[in-house]
Ligand binder design. Structure first.
Ligand code: ADP
Ligand code: MG
Length: 284
């Protein structure tokens, strides 16, 4: 475990119940500056729920989440907005606004949170789209592009404000192996070159081992295993081995009932930005 640098995220005794079911049941870990932490675990084990608590869009049943040293669990929306300026979030679905073009989606945080001119913003949008391999797609609407492209637009938007911390939920799911490698390379470039810290949820093991400096495996509401990629690879825990090798047989219970599955699909991540901010400077 890395002891270099300070903790920019501290999660302690985090509990989240839905009804009487504890999806997160006393989770504790820290994220240190500069590391890329991959959170893995089976579908429905609570990875997205954990991320939503880390960005303050869900309140825990109990426990604490500190970002950059500040407790966010008790914060009002207004205060959380201030903390959100320091991190980017790529949602599982991309969470693009359907009525805006690709370019407008990427521009949104810049219009909302900076005083840059429309020309400057256009240049930044161009650069961010170029980073994710989408030069020239500015004027298309989200429903005119593929799922993988939506994801990359979501990434460009998450990077629009050059955040020091990036959260991404399944950034490579639905991407072909080449695009997966492109997104992974980009994550590595940002974390290694620009010292960005990243927290990435992934069940793509190739991608996870490519980018992680540390890994956490979630299961049964708890942390099943935690360590460097090598430690995880060599873990003697049969659940870890089953998961990283994608075996059908093993100790991991197949617990997604039809009903849970339905719930799971109904859960829609909430975008940060309301339409009311659309294209108005915050201080104008
Ligand atoms: N808002 C919610 N209301 C009720 N149940 C929820 C809600 N959000 C998530 N869950 C449940 O919590 C469990 C974990 O969901 P999720 O965090 O999306 O899993 P993962 O991202 O690991 O696939 C699922 O069983 C899901 O149905
Ligand atoms: Mg999820």
């Amino acid at each position: 475990m890395s002891v270099n640098g300070d903790s920019i995220i501290e999660v302690d005794q985090l509990v989240r119940r839905f009804g009487d079911r504890a999806v997160l049941d006393g989770i504790a870990f820290n994220v240190h500056r500069g590391e890329t932490l991959v959170i893995m675990g089976g579908s429905g084990c609570g990875k997205s729920t954990l991320l939503r608590h880390m960005i303050g869009s869900m309140k825990p049943t109990a426990g604490s989440v500190k970002l950059f040293g500040e407790e966010i669990t008790g914060m009002k929306e207004r205060e959380i907005e201030r903390v959100r300026l320091r991190f980017g979030m790529l949602f599982q679905s991309g969470a693009l606004l359907a009525s805006l073009t690709v370019g407008e989606n990427v521009a949104l945080p810049l219009f909302q949170h900076t005083k840059k001119s429309p020309d400057e913003i256009e240049q930044i949008v161009k650069r961010k789209l170029e980073m994710v391999g989408l030069t020239g797609f500015e004027d298309l609407k989200p429903d005119e592009i593929s799922g993988g492209m939506k994801k990359r637009v979501g990434l460009a938007r998450a990077l629009a404000l050059d955040p020091e911390l990036l959260f991404s939920d399944e950034p490579t799911s639905g991407l072909d192996p080449i695009m997966t490698a492109v997104v992974d390379e980009l994550t590595l470039k940002l974390t290694k070159g620009s010292h960005m810290t990243a927290v990435v949820v992934s069940h793509d093991m190739t991608s996870a081992f490519r980018i992680a400096t540390r890994m956490i495996m979630l299961g049964h509401g708890s942390i099943v295993a935690e360590g460097t990629p090598d430690e995880i690879r060599n873990s003697l825990n049969p659940e870890v081995q089953q998961f990283i090798h994608g075996r059908a047989d093993g100790p991991i219970p197949l617990n997604l009932s039809q009903e849970e599955h339905k719930d799971h699909q109904l859960v829609r991540p909430r975008p940060f930005l309301g339409g009311r901010f659309r294209f108005h400077h915050k201080h104008s």
